[in-house]
Each structure stands twice: as structure tokens, then as C-alpha cells.
Design a protein around this ligand. Structure first.
Ligand SMILES: Cc1cc2nc3c(=O)[nH]c(=O)nc-3n(C[C@H](O)[C@H](O)[C@H](O)COP(=O)(O)OP(=O)(O)OC[C@H]3O[C@@H](n4cnc5c(N)ncnc54)[C@H](O)[C@@H]3O)c2cc1C
Length: 414
């Protein structure tokens, strides 16, 4: 959903190409491609893969009912399949959108992230509640897919607060310049929709009102653990399942219950859930002693807006909070030879957060077009604790944007 607008914006930055591109994104074609990539919202491809790998799929609502035992309500729930694992049960029930306690919200038809990513056409006016990754990505996606008016409301002082402050500021500037209205420090107190399909009005506690045709609620995620039988094994329903570093639920006798992915609350990202899955599988199948730690110390995350925001490890503030002897080096993404090839007006910042005592990188943030692809080098440096004087010999190719690594190391002054 973001890619067509991204390509268009990238092409417009290149002299000689900008004039060759006339007109807006073809929204119908873009959404048709989205549906194709999403398998038209069917899971046949995954089922084929699962069965090919020797797995068996039972469709139904599962609940843990005792040690290594799961009951699955199948069909309309009238029949129950009773399953018993020989070794372990892995909970991977994900997360659900959090619904804030706003007057009227639960009674109105609103968009959650699923509705907002699968809608068949662009609404004329879109209200977005929440300025985290989901809110900002979908605000820009729909604006560039043809929504005339997008207004994003957040109660915090900045967008994407988990990122470095400069990332928030640059995203706000980009949104403002493309006509996405951002209202920060604003608490929503009431939602009213006119009928089921009429306009929806959001009222803030200072009395301001905003009206749209759809309201996307993107105010965070809750663990999907309310009705999965946690109480049967002495755990608290509705809470993230606390796990050890092999993803084994803590407080469950016998160590047979594992929890991976969003439901354990450690790191709500696809790639980190898959990382946890590999570690849990090694522990269960091979009694391996490998433990998960990257989902705490080296989490790579990309917000796929334009500009992209990419981060791994610690921000400057979080490193200082941990008492690290921090040194920060910054370089403008646009001020490297490779960026000139991306066109004119390339903006953004590349930052390394360095533990100056140990001479290693503990965090990195990049902003600018396509910087998500710069991130893995930083992830390797953080995970491998590669000494900066070794990194000096990792020479980036000229004229690639990754030459920014050289500029950052030069500034650090080896
Ligand atoms: C709009 C949006 C954009 C995102 N973009 C990115 C991104 O770009 N990159 C990224 O890394 N992450 C992204 N994420 C996060 C990512 O989607 C999640 O981290 C990931 O899906 C978590 O995987 P999971 O397997 O833990 O849970 P899920 O993918 O939520 O899967 C859980 C599954 O369990 C099933 N289930 C639940 N309860 C039961 C039950 N009782 N019995 C049987 N089955 C049950 C559900 O039906 C579901 O199929 C995004 C999330 C959102 C909402």
C-alpha cells in the first residue's frame, strides 16, 4: 500500500524523470496488487507450506486445559477436539488492536488495522487515532492512494515516540508538506457516527472536532491471551505471557508451555516472532541451550513511510538511561555521493550510538528514502559487537548510500 506512492515520490526526485510522470497513483491497480500479495485474504499458500513440512492444521479456537493438553472448539464450536502433546505446547496467538476507553468508540463501526489494510477503496476523508508505526504508515498510504483529507490525532508530544526525536520531527515535516494534518498532545474524548455509513466525528477534550468518512483506531496492541485457557495453568488471562529466554512460560510446572510472538509482549514484530520460534523449536526438539537475547537488545524495526525510519538497538536517550558512556555521531543522509543518485532534495539523518568505553555500536537510526536496507549492517555491528577499529576495514562501495558508514566512522575519529 505504501510502495506505489513511494516509487512515485522517488521518481519525482530525479531530474529528467519527474516530467515523464504525470498523474496520480492508479489506486485500483495498487489495491489489486495488494490483494494478490495478500493471497486474496486466503491462507491456502501457508496451509500448503505447513502440510508440506509435515504439519497438521486444525481450524478452531484452542484453549489450554491442563498439562500438555489443548481443547479445540471446531466448526461452530459444537464439537471439541482434545489434543495431548508428547512434549510441549506453543502459544502463538498474537495480539489484537487495543481499544482506548473513548466514549462511543466501542459502539461505533471503526477501522482497526485489518479493516484499514484490506479496505476496497480509499475513503474521501480519513481520521487516524494514534501516531505509532501502524497509524503513520496507514495515514500516508491512504493519502497517497487518493484520500483527500487525512487527519492524525495523537495524545503524545511526537509521532513514533520509540524512535530518535529527529525521526519524529522529519516525519512530521514530511506529513505537513504533503497535506496530512497532524494534531499532537490531543486527547480524544468522544466518537459519534451518523448511522452505520455516515460521517464519523471525533471530539477532543478541548472541544475541537474532526470529521471523516472512516476512523482508524491505531492506539497499540494487546496480547491475545484472554480466552486461551491461561487460567487453567495458573497464568493471568489478558496479559502477555511472561517467558524465559528459551520462550518457556514462567510459573508453569514442568516447563512444557512456550509462548512466542506478540502474545509474550517481548517484541511485536514478525521477524522477532520468527526468531523466537526458531529458539523455542531448538529447545523443544533438540534440548538446545541457545537463548533469545536479540529481541531485547538488538531489535531492527523499519517504519515504511517516506521518509523511511529504520532503527536497531538503543536510541541516544535509552543508552544514556542505561548509564552507557554514550557518544553519538550523526551524518545527513543526503550529503553523500550515493544520495545524489537518488535525486534532488534527499533529506534524513544517519546516527550511530556508540558505547565509547567499549568502542562498539549499541544503536543506530537512519532516516531517508530506502534506508531500511541500510539497517542490517547496523544490526550485524550491534549483535556482533564489532569493534569500531575493525569496522574501519569494512569499506562501503562507492557511490552507494551505505558510504554513510565511512562518513560516520570518520566523524568518530579513528
Ligand atoms: C498494520 C500492521 C502492520 C505491521 N507491519 C509490520 C511490519 O512491517 N514488520 C513487522 O515485522 N511486523 C509488522 N507488524 C507486526 C506483525 O504483524 C506481528 O508482530 C506479527 O504478526 C506477530 O505474529 P504472531 O504469530 O505472534 O501473531 P499473529 O500474526 O497475530 O497470528 C496469531 C494467529 O493465532 C490465531 N489465534 C489466536 N487465538 C487463537 C486461538 N485461541 N485458537 C487458535 N488460533 C488462534 C489467530 O487467528 C492468528 O492467525 C504489523 C502489524 C500491524 C497491525
Amino acid at each position: 500500500m505504501l510502495r506505489p506512492g513511494d516509487v512515485l515520490a522517488a521518481a519525482r526526485r530525479v531530474p529528467g524523470v519527474a516530467d515523464a510522470i504525470a498523474g496520480p497513483v492508479d489506486t485500483a491497480a495498487a489495491l489489486a496488487r495488494r490483494d494478490e500479495l495478500a493471497g486474496h485474504w486466503h491462507d491456502d499458500g501457508q496451509v500448503e507450506w505447513l502440510e508440506g513440512a509435515g504439519g497438521v492444521l486444525i481450524r478452531g479456537h484452542g484453549r489450554v486445559v491442563g498439562e500438555r493438553r489443548v481443547d479445540v472448539a471446531v466448526g461452530d464450536g459444537a464439537s471439541v477436539r482434545e489434543l495431548e502433546a508428547s512434549k510441549a505446547v506453543v502459544l502463538a496467538t498474537g495480539s489484537i488492536p487495543a481499544m482506548p476507553p473513548i466514549d462511543g468508540l466501542r459502539e461505533m463501526r471503526v477501522w482497526d488495522s485489518r479493516a484499514a489494510t484490506s479496505a476496497p477503496r480509499a475513503p474521501e476523508r480519513l481520521l487516524v487515532l494514534g501516531g505509532g508505526p501502524v497509524g503513520v504508515e496507514l495515514a500516508q498510504a491512504w493519502k497517497r492512494l487518493g484520500t483527500r483529507e487525512v487527519t492524525l490525532v495523537d495524545d503524545g508530544p511526537r509521532l513514533v515516540p520509540a524512535f530518535e526525536p529527529f525521526a519524529s520531527e522529519q516525519l512530521l515535516d514530511a506529513f505537513t508538506s504533503e497535506g496530512i494534518a497532524v494534531v499532537l498532545g490531543a486527547t480524544a474524548s468522544r466518537v459519534v457516527r451518523d448511522g452505520d455509513d455516515g460521517p464519523v466525528t471525533l471530539t477532543l477534550d478541548d472541544g475541537r472536532t474532526f470529521t471523516g468518512d472512516e476512523l482508524l483506531v491505531a492506539t497499540g496492541r494487546d496480547p491475545n491471551t484472554t480466552d486461551v485457557g491461561l487460567d487453567a495453568v495458573g497464568l493471568a488471562p489478558g496479559k502477555p505471557v511472561d517467558v524465559d529466554d528459551q520462550l518457556r512460560a514462567t510459573g508453569v510446572d514442568g516447563g512444557w508451555l512456550y509462548a512466542i510472538g506478540d502474545c509474550n509482549g517481548r517484541s511485536l514484530l514478525t521477524h522477532m516472532g520468527k526468531y523466537q520460534a526458531r529458539i523455542a523449536a531448538d529447545a523443544i526438539l533438540h534440548d538446545a541451550s541457545i537463548t533469545a537475547w536479540a529481541d531485547d537488545r538488538a531489535v531492527p524495526a523499519v517504519v515504511f513511510t517516506d521518509p523511511q525510519l529504520a532503527t536497531v538497538g538503543l536510541t541516544e536517550a535509552s543508552a544514556r538511561d542505561q548509564g552507557i558512556a554514550v557518544r553519538v555521531v550523526d551524518h545527513a543522509t543526503g550529503e553523500i555521493a550515493g544520495a545524489a543518485l537518488l535525486g534532488e532534495g534527499i533529506t534524513g539523518t544517519c546516527r550511530l550510538v556508540i558505547d565509547a568505553e567499549r568502542g562498539v555500536i549499541v544503536g543506530a537510526t537512519f532516516t531517508g528514502p530506502g534506508v531500511g536496507e541500510l539497517l542490517h549492517a547496523a544490526t550485524i555491528a550491534v549483535v556482533g559487537e564489532v569493534p569500531l577499529d575493525t569496522l574501519w576495514h569494512a569499506v562501503p562501495a562507492f557511490p552507494a548510500v551505505s558510504e554513510v558508514w565511512l562518513r560516520l566512522l570518520e566523524q568518530y575519529g579513528l
